[in-house]
Design a protein around this ligand. Structure first.
Ligand SMILES: Cc1cc2nc3c(=O)[nH]c(=O)nc-3n(C[C@H](O)[C@H](O)[C@H](O)COP(=O)(O)OP(=O)(O)OC[C@H]3O[C@@H](n4cnc5c(N)ncnc54)[C@H](O)[C@@H]3O)c2cc1C
Length: 468
């Protein structure tokens, strides 16, 4: 008897629920990975995410081989490829880790309908899913704080290793196409600093334990490396959510002084679960604002604004530094994600769906649920969103979170000699200071793209008119 494990986003063997569960029922497994042609055609993919996935998949294949196991790779349409695998092996049941995207939900239905096979979708990527944590009335949560309280109270699964199993060997496996065969080249402006794969993910988690004690005080300072940078590893499952949570917990038990930092970090893991359940329970938020009041907002399609925002040439240093960090590294600090998205919304009125497409291509950790959650939060159109009348000021955000301009200077070198006094509003530099700083506004660095206080008023009116 053979069980088929259909691997998708969890690129590890240890604590991979689909493998763990399959190994409890079957001694012989087919570990199957489909490089999904349809997904590559349809999704807004970009180099950082694809490269991270590619490197992680290669590492998984190799580490399984070192353990005498074979990963069967097929490049094609999942329903067809899974159909062939079942035919070739007589596989009786398919195990797959649950994914919460509309794409996956449809895919599983297609597999079941076309192949008539029993597909067991098991929870893996989150601690709590779907309707596991609900209000006392049994409805899904729209407010994070209440969700989070229950999230902490519930008992949580520990990481688990699969039972002994062997894999079927006598099956054809495709080569993993190269990145250029898949149509992805590293953008010139990008310096690749990510090491993908499980080994690095676990090291990163371990290294982060040195910093977790001060996470609550450092996480909003983009000029220090205070966060874990585990997001692409959690996205591709090279480290499991259970490993992350329990490693932090173990550390806290050993050293009570780190309590607040650990708790604050685990709250972020709960945010991640929260947004997964939002996506599951309100899948329409992929296309529509969660808040119906704001679905009718007519966002602008100003190509010049979009282009300058995308390139980090808005003339607001904090915003530009965030966008350039993204272009250069494929990742952006959370504080900046909030600030640049708020700027796109309430200063430039860019359509949030276009912002979403752009981020999906550029983020190494692009995760549909968290990204939609984060964007709709900043646009004040989502669950538990920032109220529309709270509008980030791009200057004071910089002054508060990067007081000396260290982060700005790292990513916007034109401003490296600008005195601290002007670093977040360089257009206020007198001519003499501009010359001394080698930074002439309008030629070395742009004038502000818009006047924030004017845009603020427009945004308030726009949202208010929809609410009324
Ligand atoms: C506009 C916007 C878009 C975002 N898009 C994504 C995305 O595509 N993918 C993504 O993983 N996160 C996204 N986030 C959330 C957050 O910015 C990143 O998870 C975080 O910056 C990743 O860095 P880190 O791993 O060092 O996080 P840490 O601070 O170390 O946090 C640990 C983990 O918790 C999770 N997490 C942290 N903050 C959040 C949050 N606000 N919401 C949900 N999960 C969180 C992540 O998995 C993260 O790796 C977005 C936030 C905003 C405002």
């Amino acid at each position: 008897m053979v069980g088929v494990v259909w691997l998708r986003r969890s690129l590890r063997e240890f604590d991979n629920t689909s493998i763990v569960e399959a190994s409890k029922e079957f001694d012989k497994l087919v570990l199957f990975y489909c490089i999904d042609k349809d997904y590559f055609d349809e999704a807004d993919l970009g180099y950082p995410r694809v490269r991270f996935w590619h490197d992680s998949l290669k590492e998984l294949k190799k580490s399984l081989e070192e353990d005498g196991k074979k990963l069967i790779i097929r490049h094609g349409k999942p329903v067809e490829e899974l159909g062939s695998i079942l035919e070739e092996t007589g596989g009786e049941k398919v195990f797959v880790n649950q994914d919460y995207s509309p794409y996956f939900r449809k895919l599983v239905k297609d597999v079941e309908n076309s192949l008539g096979v029993d597909v067991e979708c098991v929870k893996d990527s989150v601690m709590f899913e779907k309707e596991e944590i609900t209000t006392n009335k049994g409805t899904p949560y729209k407010v994070y704080t209440y969700f989070m309280k229950k999230w902490f109270e519930r008992s949580k699964r520990k990481p688990e290793k699969p039972e002994e199993y062997s894999t079927l060997e006598n099956l054809d496996s495709d080569r993993i196409p190269s990145l250029s065969q898949l149509g992805f080249e590293k953008p010139d402006e990008m310096g690749w600093e990510w090491e993908a794969g499980r080994k690095t993910g676990l090291n990163l988690l371990e290294d982060f334990m040195e910093k977790i004690g001060s996470y609550h005080t450092g996480r909003d300072k983009p000029f220090v490396e205070a966060t874990s940078k585990l997001s692409p590893h959690l996205k591709f499952g090279t480290v499991s959510i259970r490993e992350a949570f329990w490693r932090a917990e173990e550390f806290r038990k050993k050293d009570g002084r780190v309590d607040e930092g650990v708790k604050t970090w685990q709250e972020e893991l709960a945010w991640r679960d929260f947004y997964f359940q939002v996506l599951w329970n309100w899948p329409e938020t992929v296309e529509k604002a969660f808040l119906e009041d704001f679905r009718g907002i007519e966002w602008e399609h100003n190509l010049d604004f979009f282009d300058r925002w995308r390139k980090g040439e808005t003339g607001y240093p904090f915003i530009d530094a965030g966008m350039r960090q993204l272009r250069k590294t494929g990742w952006m600090h959370n504080r900046l994600r909030m600030a640049v998205t708020s700027f796109a919304a309430k200063d430039l009125f860019l359509d949030w769906r276009e912002v979403h497409r752009f981020f999906s291509e550029k983020f190494v950790d692009a995760e549909l649920s968290s990204m939609l959650g984060g964007i709709q939060w900043a646009y004040s159109i989502g669950t538990d969103a920032q109220p529309y009348f709270r509008i980030f000021n791009p200057v004071s955000q910089g002054e508060k979170h990067d007081p000396d301009g260290k982060f700005v200077k790292r990513f916007v070198p034109e401003l490296k000699n600008v005195p601290k006094k002007y670093i977040h509003q360089p257009w206020k530099m007198p001519e003499k200071v501009q010359k001394e700083s080698n930074c002439i506004i309008g030629s070395d660095y742009p004038e502000p793209i818009v006047e924030h206080s004017e845009q603020r008023e427009k945004a308030l009116e726009l949202f208010k008119s929809c609410k009324d």
